[in-house]
Every structure is written in C-alpha cells, then in structure tokens.
Design a protein around this ligand. Structure first.
Ligand code: SF4
Length: 767
C-alpha cells in the first residue's frame, strides 16, 4: 500500500462542522467568487477575466459544461466558474528549484489541495527511471524521449492516450488523429468515468448520446425533474435557468439522496430579491430517494402513467407519437404489469404517496424535461435506469418538441465535444472511414481500452506507456491503490497539465510533465492569435479566446504539443500537415468540417457571435438514428441494491469548493463543513442503529466478494440528513473504497454512487 496523502483524520485539526444550508448563492456567493480572485489575481486581472468569461468574444469557462444563454449578462459566471478562473490564472508558478527540493516520495504525502496550490507549471520536466526527482528538460528532448518510447513498443496497443474533458475540439481532433495514425484506439477519457452510461443508453433508445433540448426549452416547459444531480455546486448557472423556468410557471421536482442546497432555493446575486430578499424557491417536491433507487422510481412512474391511461383511455399517452415514432410499448406494458410496489418502496425508500404525487405532476404537465448527472450514471444499473428514463418521456411524447426532452448535464467544459471529435475507444466505422479518407490512411479498427480497462491492461503489463492530455487519471479513477500500482508498472507516463496533481506524483518508471496554456491565456501561433472551440451540454459549439498573456514564456499550447509529438513520433513523412495544424487552427477546423457531421462550415459558423448549434435528430425532427429508425421503448429488469444489516450505501461526491479532483479550498459551506475533508455524512438514525455517535472517528471499510476489504481510515462521522441507509464522502479520497470490478453494466463506468460500506470505530479490531 503506497503512502497516502496526509488526510488521515487528524491532519485537519481545524475541521469545523455546522448545519447544512437550504439556499444557494446570495451575497455569500459574491464573496466566495470575488475574495479569492481579488486576493490571488488582483483587481485588474480579476476584472479582465471575469468580464470575459463565457462572453461571446471571451473565453469559455474551463469548469462544467453548462450552456450559455443567447443573451449573455455582463457577468456571465457562477462562483465555481470564478474559482476555476482564479485557479488557472494565478500568477504563482512552480519555481525551478521546486523539482530539486521535492522528491516524488515526499510529494506522496501531499494532498491534491497542496499540490494544486504550488502554482502553474511553466517548464517541461523529466523523471528518469530509477530517479526520485524531476529535472528540467527541453521541449525537443521531451518529445524525443516520448517518441523513442512509443516507437520502441512492439505494438501501438501497448500505449494508452487519455483525454480530460477540458481538452478543446481542435486539440481533441488532432490528438485522436495522432493516436490513430500511431496505430491504436486506446483513447480512454473522463467520459468513461462519468456520462458513458448516458451515451450507451441514449444511443440505443433515441440514437444519440446527447441532450435533446436547447437552452430556451427551460423557459417553455411545465415540469423539470432533476435526478441524481447537484446543480448548486456542479452546474451553478443552471439555477438561473431554473429560476427563469419558475417565472414562466414551471414546476420543479428534485430526486436525490441528499437535500442539496441548490435544489431548494436560489438567491440570484444579480437580482435584488436574490441579494436582499428571499430569492426563488425551486423544488416544489423533493424525493429523498435511496441511492440506486431511481430505476424503480422510473418504472413505478411509467406504470402509473399506463394505469392512468387505462382509467381514461386516450387522455394520457401520446398515441400519435408512440405509433409513428416508437417501438416496444406493448412489451413495456406487459413487463410493468408485474411490477411489485413493495419492491419499489424498498428500493426507493419513498412512499407510494410521494410517487403518486410525482406521477400526477408528470401526467398534468404537457411538457417535461428530465435532467441528470452522476447520481444516475455511476450506478451498476445506470444504463437500464436511463433507458427507463427515456421510456417515461416517450410515453407522453416528451422528446422533440419545445419545452420537453432528456438532458444529461455534463460536468466538464468540453467532455461532449471530445467525443464528437473522435475521442472514444470505440468510434464508429463511419467516423473512421471519413478520417481515413481525409488523411489517406487506414485507421485501426480494433476497439481500444476504456478507463477501467486501461488499468486492467496496465496490471497485466499490456500497456506500458500512458499519455494524458490533461486531467488527473490516477486521482479520478476508482480503486486508488490498484490504479496507483498499475501506473507504477508502466515504463513511461506523460502528463500535459497546467498545475500539479496526484498523477504527477504517482508515475511510470520514467515520467514527463509538459506544461500547457490555460483557457484564459492568449495563444499566439505563426498565423497570429488562435482560438479554440467547445461543445456544451445542449450541443452548442462556440469559440473560446484567451484574454491574458501566458503566465510564463515557453509554454506550449495543447495543439502545439500534439503537433510536435506527432512529428517526433511519426516523422515528417506521415502525410499529415502537423506543422500547419500548429501554425493555424483554421487548418484543423477545415479537416474537421470534412470528417465530423454538423461541422460542414465550421470556420464560418464558429466565428458567428455565440457560435452554432449542432444538428440533433430527436430534437430537430424526431429522427431516431437507432437500429430500427424508431425510438426504442425498452424492458429493463430491476436489480435493487441489497444492503445487509450494519452496512450503508456510500456515494462519493464533490464539496462545493471542488471541481473534479481539483480542490479549491477545504470548505463545503452548503453542507456546513469548514477546514477539512475527512468526513462521512451519515443519517442520524443510522448513527444510532450502528451504535456510533456524531463526531466519532471511524474507519470506513468497503466489502467486495473475493477481495480483501478496502479501508479509508479515521473519518469523522457527521450527522447529516441523508436518505436512510445512505452515506456520502468526498472523492477523490473515497475512490480508494471502490473496487475496480465495481462497474456499471455495459457502460463500464465506475460505480461511485453505491459502495457497500461498514463503519468501525477507529482502532476497533477488524472482523
Ligand atoms: S455554471 Fe459551469 S460553466 Fe458556467 S460559470 Fe459556472 S462552472 Fe463555469
């Protein structure tokens, strides 16, 4: 077991625990946006950046993928967007002396928070095999080292190329092209760990793994059901869209094991009522569901809809839509006829009255939108749950008309765009054919490894070179101990990054760090200032233009890194104009326009103010690009989570001062936590039943058949209004508890929202 970061309990001596909040943002939101920015960036830089973020001629927020309204406000950002900008645009840089002063062994004890606070990376560094220190290296030598390692492999499939959702479209396209020209489809990405289940389920049922709504649909809907999502922290500007929907008369229902502040009340700091008034009440109904109970809830709702139709034929189902656009209704009816209400209530932890109320709201609403995030996608039955979500929407024709639809909300600014650009280990032959035609080569066809399969391949010794375009792979993935051991087994790991994280400390035998420009920084190439583009959660593509000079000279853009790596590895004779890519990103966009559907006039469209919206069959014309050409109503078999006595269902989550594995501070004010992260949120009745007390220190053990228990030691029990039987703790720390094998069926997404755990008083003899 490797030395763990110093978050073993007592390392947060100033930890304070208070009460959770039932309202989000307000004046504190302004303070927590502006204080770090003004303190760390100063007034001028703060003003420059926060008046540019998410503006039509500005840069795109590097944090979540919430869409921008067509009518931008002068200040178009949320508190967490401001934190992300402050984090990236810090003038603090990692000094050259840092590398000689800090061995990797010493850095193992440092938390993600400490690592990120060291500042921006400004020079390439190399850790030779056998050494415990990074040392500065030239860019040329860095690319030589990587090329030598890659070209020394006996198969391109012995290398893996990871992508973080921060990677812009032009980079993602160039990167996947390089990887495929090198000869492999080993393109795991962060989507494998988050919305992969969405892609699998929606691809099968409606023919596209993306949202079927536009931003404006929030103002034209009657009902919004928010499932397994915490918008107040992970997509904060969504609260404005919810407030606007309320103003337009919509009803909101939230379904979540935790009473997250942003689900109940929004104090919009850009309104008087938000600043000095009571703000806007959001959820009209809150269903505190047990983690993993969403599938049972969706089936119970669909059954109630069918029963209502039987009671009043022709008044509930959208028969015309069902007849013209779908298949599978009768099979669903037969399946739900035997749905056992008692099983539903056990799986959901809800009452029949609560479910009746939501069903009545759904039937009364002419137009319904359902949004979701990790609470649904990181479950064992995630794919089936999302297929049931689509079933419910199809029954009343809630796809492909204004104010209605299915909307996965993405957690990273361009995670959807990366997929669209070909960053996936199993791209279609249609895409690979187009890519091969465009660049006159035969792309590899054998599917590559996704995120979990990459770790397993490393464990087997099948993958020996790991290259990451951004991100924090070993920090983000499940089963930390196994992932770290696997990464250490590789011969070379390379990280393209702006700041330090765990993946720079847990490396292959040899390691390289390649510093890159941030989204806020001006990117000058041979043909002048460049811009990149991103695709948000509702399929809108827009440009992002850096606004401040790079923090230091000599830092390369992501595209320059891909271009030079490709030339070093593939040679100058690859027939692909890598130098042209670097000199002028329009060249890349021209290629994209001939390979990726919807981008046919990319360079022109992306220069339009606000960019353009990609075509979307279900949204635009109720066209379903499925195997049958119809939207598929599917039959899914419930498999409720069995919680043995004395066990809890733990979910991992972000604090409010965190974005993915990036920790902005040790506070989580909506949940009442200050100066610490070693807490587990437990329902007060569970605390009593388990014979524990609020504030007690416990070791958290996770159990998996045939494997030794995993432990997260010395955590403070926090009495918290979670759903009965459910608990929560922060990731990435709690990722150590999730077995590699605990993955969603079919999508292979780590099951981070339903980990079976037991709590043992610290120091208790482990049975
Ligand atoms: S809602 Fe998301 S994209 Fe928008 S400013 Fe906040 S973090 Fe950034």
């Amino acid at each position: 077991m490797s030395k763990k970061p110093l978050n073993d309990g007592s390392s947060y001596p100033d930890l304070k625990v208070g009460h959770n909040k039932h309202e989000a943002v307000g004046l504190p939101g302004i303070f927590h946006s502006m204080e770090p920015a003004l303190t760390k960036l100063g007034p001028a830089r703060t003003a420059k950046l926060l008046t540019s973020i998410n503006q039509k001629d500005g840069f795109d927020c590097m944090s979540c993928a919430w869409p921008d309204p067509d009518h931008r406000k002068a200040l178009e950002f949320c508190e967490n967007g401001a934190k992300a900008v402050t984090w990236e645009a810090t003038p603090v840089t990692v000094p050259t002396s840092f590398w000689a002063e800090n061995s990797l062994t010493s850095l193992l004890d440092k938390s993600e928070y400490w690592l990120g606070m060291q500042g921006r990376l400004t020079q390439p560094v190399y850790k030779p095999a056998g050494s415990d220190f990074y040392e500065p290296v030239s860019w040329e030598r860095a690319f030589e080292l990587i090329a030598e390692e890659l070209n020394g492999l006996d198969s391109p499939d012995r290398a893996s190329f990871y992508t973080s959702g921060r990677t812009a479209n032009e980079t993602a396209f160039s990167y996947q092209l390089f990887v495929r020209a090198f000869g492999t489809n080993n393109l795991p990405d962060c989507s494998n760990m988050c919305h992969e289940s969405t892609g699998t389920a929606l691809g099968e049922t409606i023919g596209i793994g993306k949202s079927t709504i536009a931003y404006d649909d929030f103002e034209h809907t009657d009902l919004i059901i928010i499932m397994g999502q915490n918008p107040g922290t992970n997509h904060p500007r969504m609260l404005t869209a919810l407030e606007d929907a309320k103003k337009s008369g919509a009803t909101i229902v939230a379904v979540n094991p935790l009473p997250e502040a942003g689900l109940f009340r929004y104090k919009n700091p850009q309104t008087v009522r938000g600043l000095i008034g009571h703000g806007t009440a959001l959820a009209d109904q809150f269903l505190q569901i047990r983690s993993g109970g969403d599938m049972a809830l969706l089936q119970a709702l669909a059954k109630r809809v069918l029963d209502a139709e039987t009671a009043a034929p022709g008044t509930v189902l959208d028969h015309a839509f069902l007849a013209d656009y779908t298949l599978g209704l009768e099979e669903l009816k037969a399946h739900l006829a035997s749905l056992d209400e008692a099983d539903v209530l056990t799986a959901t932890g809800l009452s029949s009255d609560e479910i009746d109320e939501l069903a009545a709201r759904y039937i009364a609403a002419d137009r319904t939108i359902i949004t979701w995030a990790m609470g649904l996608t990181q479950q064992k039955k995630a794919v089936e749950t999302l297929r049931d979500l689509i079933n419910l929407l199809l029954l009343r024709g809630n796809i492909g008309r204004p104010g209605a639809g299915a909307s996965p909300i993405r957690g990273h600014s361009n995670v959807q765009g990366d997929r669209t650009m070909g960053v996936w280990e199993q791209m279609s032959d249609t895409f690979l054919d187009a890519l091969g035609r465009e660049f006159d080569f035969e792309p590899p066809r054998k599917h590559g490894t996704d995120a979990l399969q990459t770790i397993e391949a490393m464990q087997r010794g099948d993958i020996s070179v790991f290259f990451a375009m951004g991100g924090n792979f070993v920090g983000a993935i499940s089963d930390t101990a196994a992932a770290e051991a696997a990464m250490r087994g590789t011969s070379l790991s390379v990280q393209v990054s702006t700041k330090l994280n765990r993946s720079h400390v847990v490396t292959g035998a040899a390691a390289l760090i390649l510093p890159t420009l941030g989204r806020t920084e001006i990117d000058i190439q041979e043909s002048g200032a460049q811009f990149v583009s991103v695709e948000d959660s509702v399929c809108a593509v827009h440009g992002s233009h850096g606004r401040i000079p790079p923090v230091a000279p000599g830092i390369l853009s992501e595209i320059a890194i891909v271009s030079r790596l490709a030339r070093a590895t593939l040679g100058e004779g690859s027939g692909i104009d890598w130098a042209g890519f670097e000199a002028d990103y329009d060249v890349i966009r021209d290629h994209i326009s001939r390979v990726v559907p919807g981008f046919e006039s990319f360079n022109a469209d992306v220069r339009r103010k606000g960019g353009f919206i990609l075509p979307n069959g279900p949204r635009d014309s109720r066209t379903f690009n499925t195997a049958t050409g119809k939207a598929m109503i599917t039959v899914n078999h419930l498999e409720p989570i069995v919680r043995p006595p004395g066990r809890l269902i733990l979910q991992t989550l972000r604090s409010h001062d965190q974005f993915n594995t990036t920790i902005y501070s040790l506070n989580d004010r909506y949940r009442g936590i200050k100066n610490g992260r070693d807490v587990i949120f437990v329902n007060p009745d569970d605390i009593t039943e388990l014979g524990l007390t609020d504030g007690q220190r416990v070791d958290i053990y996770s159990e998996w058949p045939g494997e030794p228990d995993r432990v997260l030691p010395n955590y403070r029990v926090v009495s918290y209004p979670t759903a009965k039987g459910c608990a929560a703790a922060y990731y990435p720390e709690a990722n150590v508890l999730i077995p590699l094998a605990s993955a969603a069926d079919r999508s292979n997404t780590p099951v981070s929202k339903a980990i079976l755990v037991r709590l043992e008083p610290v120091g208790a003899l482990v049975r």
